[in-house]
Design a protein. Structure first.
Length: 129
């Protein structure tokens, strides 16, 4: 059973990395989130899930996630046109941290809206620094 859980986590991480790991999709999603700063007003999140989102944001893993995102953006902005940001160490660290946060949201069985709120908090903090 434990082995099955490990395989499931690996598959979920691979699916996550392939679905939102590309820098083009990340940039597109980031631009869409920036276009509506009140996105949290549209999310249907229960009080329990709001408390879980706040507790996830307080975790050390989330701080690592935020730090890796900042490093990734810095590296991406410093690269010349035509260079592949997805081949950098910063991108690999960001994807690994993103995978950890995704695994936490999966284990807590958060709804789609609550998961969006977790990542929205990261963008809020990143844009305010």
């Amino acid at each position: 059973m434990n082995r099955l859980k490990i395989y499931l986590e690996i598959v979920l991480a691979l699916i996550f990395m392939s679905s939102c790991g590309s820098s083009a999709k990340l940039a597109k999603n980031h631009d869409e989130m920036k276009s509506d700063s009140r996105i949290s007003d549209y999310l249907n999140i229960s009080k329990r899930e709001r408390a879980l989102v706040d507790s996830i944001v307080a975790l050390n893993e989330y701080a690592v996630f935020l730090d890796s995102f900042q490093k990734y953006l810095t590296k991406k902005n410093a690269m010349r046109k035509g260079e592949d940001v997805e081949q950098t160490k910063e991108f690999a660290e960001y994807v690994a941290a993103c995978s950890k946060i995704q695994r936490i949201t999966y284990e807590l069985k958060l709804s789609k809206d609550a998961s969006i709120a977790v990542f929205e908090k990261m963008y809020e903090v990143a844009n305010n620094k």
